[in-house]
Ligand binder design. Structure first.
Ligand code: SF4
Length: 466
């Protein structure tokens, strides 16, 4: 994943760029970059695998000044990419996945193009997109070409001498929000980047829309489409609680998810808790609806652990995850606990860390309530591919069927015998007293957009709603 931020102003905007980009730190742990345009383009790219964005880029701020800039925090490729081309000079940052990048690169190579960045044998997708744009008749034409050719999704910001071009992916899987403040315009993946920087949200780009931002103005240069498939998982897990997409608050949607879980529940319990941090708002919603007290049997110890810190090996990562979550024995002992979780991906951390800590500290019962249906398919649009085989639901199906099966549709239907058996297998594997997932229809209602506007592929395997 990646988070994007751009700002254009009549004054030096590097401070805004620095903090605006930093508000996307939850979307990437590997690499970050900034580009500014003053008399000429300047850019910096650093690894953030072992330190936070703020400390890594702090000393760059002194020699980066300009009235316009773009930034990115990413889990994948190095960017921004700088290009000098017939459509003009530009710097570009992208987010998304280009699933057919090898085919597109092969085609472009056969036409005489070459690529400068081939890290670990892989083409840099930002460079690929930059070259496709550069082969257009103009920047908007080049972006149109990208949207027409790529499989997956790409959202991007281009820094040019004519302003910042912001383009939201053709199906609107990821959001782009525009804001203004005192003649400056900004664009971001996360609207939470605006509030403390004094920007007011002025609008959300439509799917496929290309807008050009100049100081005090935003102009649509390619009209967007009505058809939208924004990622539903933003509201469940990946989005930041203080953000809104399509005008819908993440925190409020999570509270509604928790409320829907409570509405369906018949379990008797003493308290409700969330797995920190992303389960917290779901648990608050459950508590508000059920009347059960919201309490914290597990508290996250964040001092000393930068949120961007990604230890090099799985062993160390597991150790850090274990050390971060501290059980509060006085809250746990003898209690019947409803434990809200955003989702269950592999279920290994939930089982080996969270549940174990609750049981080891004397919990009487633990009722697990994920705020979405079982994840069944890897995301081909915005997330780095996670192996489908590792998903808890797939492991359950493999165990129940004795092999991997192609057609898992019966297991995606809440209410089917297969679904009940799969959930029971996962419950036993986790060691939970009970396990009940939020159903798809309830999740969609909690988000509050019409179902046909949401992508729910990772739960259903369908590219459109029935
Ligand atoms: S597949 Fe899932 S994670 Fe990917 S865009 Fe769709 S809803 Fe979001």
């Amino acid at each position: 994943m990646s988070g994007l931020f751009g700002v254009v102003s009549r004054q030096n905007c590097t401070k805004t760029l620095f903090y605006g980009t930093d508000y996307h730190a939850h979307l990437g742990t590997e690499v970050a970059g900034l580009a500014v345009l003053g008399d000429f383009f300047r850019h910096r790219i650093h690894s953030i695998a072992d330190t936070q964005f703020k400390s890594r880029f702090a000393e760059d701020m002194g020699d980066m000044s300009g009235n316009a800039g773009i930034g990115v925090i990413s889990d994948s490729n190095t960017q921004p990419f700088l290009v000098s081309s017939r459509v003009g000079d530009f710097a570009i940052v992208t987010s998304g996945l280009v699933n057919n990048k090898d085919n597109l690169a092969a085609e472009m190579r056969s036409e005489g193009q070459s690529f400068s960045e081939v890290a670990r044998g892989r083409i840099n997708p930002t460079e690929l997109v930059a070259k496709m744009i550069a082969s257009g008749k103009s920047i908007p034409d080049g972006i149109r070409k990208v949207f027409a050719r790529i499989e997956g999704s790409v959202t991007m910001l281009l820094l040019t001498r004519e302003g910042i071009y912001a383009a939201r992916d053709a199906h609107g899987r990821s959001p782009l929000v525009v804001g203004s403040a005192d003649g400056a315009m900004a664009v971001a993946s996360e609207s939470c980047a605006f509030t403390n920087l004094g920007f007011e949200v002025t609008g959300y780009l439509a799917p496929g829309e290309v807008a050009r931002l100049t100081p005090g103005e935003v102009e649509t240069v390619v009209e967007g489409r009505d058809e939208c498939r924004i990622c539903a998982f933003l509201w469940i897990y990946t989005g930041y609680p203080a953000s809104s997409y399509e005008g819908i608050s993440v925190e409020a949607a999570r509270e509604r998810c928790g409320g829907r879980l409570a509405e369906r529940d018949t379990v008797e319990a003493d308290l409700v808790a969330g797995v920190p941090d992303s389960g917290t708002a779901h648990a608050i919603g459950y508590a508000m609806h059920s009347g059960l007290p919201f309490r914290r049997p597990l508290v996250k110890y964040t001092p000393g652990y930068g949120r961007s810190y990604t230890p090099p090996s799985q062993d160390v990562r597991d150790l850090v995850a274990k050390m971060k979550l501290i059980p509060v024995r006085d809250v746990i002992k003898g209690q019947r606990i409803v434990l809200c979780e955003d989702s269950i991906v592999r279920g290994t951390q939930l089982k080996n860390l969270t549940m174990k800590k609750l049981w080891d500290n004397g919990a009487a019962e633990v009722h697990v309530r994920p705020a979405c249906p079982p994840l069944m398919f890897h995301c081909p649009y915005v997330l780095s591919t996670r192996s489908e085989e590792e998903l808890a639901a797939r492991r359950a199906i493999r165990a129940l069927e004795g092999k991997d099966i192609e057609d898992v549709s019966a297991y995606t239907e809440a209410g089917s015998r297969e679904y009940a058996e799969m959930v029971e297998w996962i419950r036993r594997d986790l060691g939970a007293t009970t396990l009940a997932y939020l159903e798809l229809g309830d999740m969609i209602k909690a988000i509050g957009l019409p179902p046909e506007k949401l992508c729910t592929y990772c739960w259903t395997g369908r590219t459109s709603q029935p």
